[in-house]
Design a protein around this ligand. Structure first.
Ligand code: NCD
Length: 314
């Protein structure tokens, strides 16, 4: 029986919980690929509250919820009462009063999902919180790695780029560590403080050395909206040092998987031909993302202890 009410981050998720999600995701991927619709969540309303830009995550949650029969309402800061000065707290309380059965939240504040989860009675799924956590993204990344590489224990995963501002890097680190993988962070010093070693990552400033023997290589976008560009003196220098391209990939295993959470800035953090190469699993990540989100929604809205008894009592 699934116990966890909210999906806030991988820091507090156990290995067993991740394994439960991955087992469910294989079933959900079959359902997704069959293009069939289930009625498991029929009558429930999932609200996507995205206060930062998003393409993949928002649409992925929307398609996932719809495939399971739920109704979806999309809500963003532009055009809402937030623009009139309403607080995040008041906004989400109103969304719950309007009948949301679950809230998917993306917000620039690192503790947004935690704060909102303490205020609402319905499940909150973190769709990206500041530079802190992005659990559904890391789960889809890790699922994609496991699907290809099998047991991740002892496997080397190198995450390259703007680590300091990346919620994807942190959530991946927390999750991958629990599965026994070796995680190497690589990037320029200004975007990768040495302190990340305290979280258990290996910190490496030299890309060829970092890539040596890598099973998976994940490129990260420079988070321009978090002022990351101010830490980079020269974009060409960044490209020379840290762009994932055919030349650099020669240092990794020949079959290393090339990953990226998107959105891609082609020919900045990843060479265009590398993003489209046979080694790239970028679109596979996107497909797996829908299946991951289907299983997260099913687990918190359908399988969770207490949910069914509440619903039949109504
Ligand atoms: C990431 C995010 O928003 O944190 N994208 C995503 O959700 N697929 C990474 C990014 O924006 O660079």
């Amino acid at each position: 029986m699934w116990e966890m009410k909210h999906i806030l981050g991988l820091r507090q998720m156990s290995r067993n919980e991740m394994e439960d999600i991955f087992r469910e995701t294989y079933l959900m991927r079959e359902l997704f690929r069959s293009r069939q619709k289930s009625s498991l969540l029929a009558g429930l309303v999932v609200v996507n509250a995205f206060f930062e830009n998003s393409t993949r995550t928002r649409i992925s949650f929307e398609i996932a919820a719809k495939r399971l029969g739920a109704d979806v309402v999309n809500f963003g800061a532009a055009g809402s009462s937030l623009a009139k000065g309403e607080s995040l707290e008041d906004t989400v309380l109103n969304l719950e009063a309007l009948g949301a059965d679950a809230l998917v939240l993306r917000h620039s504040s690192p503790d947004s999902a935690d704060t909102v989860s303490r205020m609402l009675r319905v499940p909150v799924l973190n769709g990206g919180a500041g530079s802190e956590e992005h659990p559904s993204q890391a789960l889809l990344d890790i699922f994609t790695m496991r699907d290809r590489l099998g047991d991740l224990s002892g496997k080397k995963v190198v995450i390259v780029g703007d680590i300091a501002h990346s919620r994807v890097a942190k959530s991946n680190l927390y999750g991958l560590q629990k599965l026994g993988a070796e995680v190497v962070f690589c990037g320029p010093e200004k975007l990768l403080p040495r302190e990340y070693e305290l979280l258990g990552a290996r910190v490496e400033y030299d890309l060829p050395r970092a890539l040596c023997g890598a099973h998976a290589v994940m490129a990260l976008r420079i988070q321009f909206e978090r002022q990351s560009a101010t830490y980079i003196d020269d974009l060409n220098e960044y490209r020379n040092g840290y762009q994932i391209n055919g030349e650099k990939l020669r240092f990794a295993r020949p079959d290393a998987m090339v990953m990226h959470p998107g959105p891609i800035n082609r020919d900045v953090e990843i060479a265009s031909e590398t993003a489209d190469s046979r080694q790239s699993v970028i679109l596979e990540q996107v497909e797996n993302g829908v299946a991951i989100r289907m299983s997260l929604l099913k687990l918190v809205l359908h399988d969770r202890r207490g949910v069914l008894s509440c619903r039949t009592a109504v």
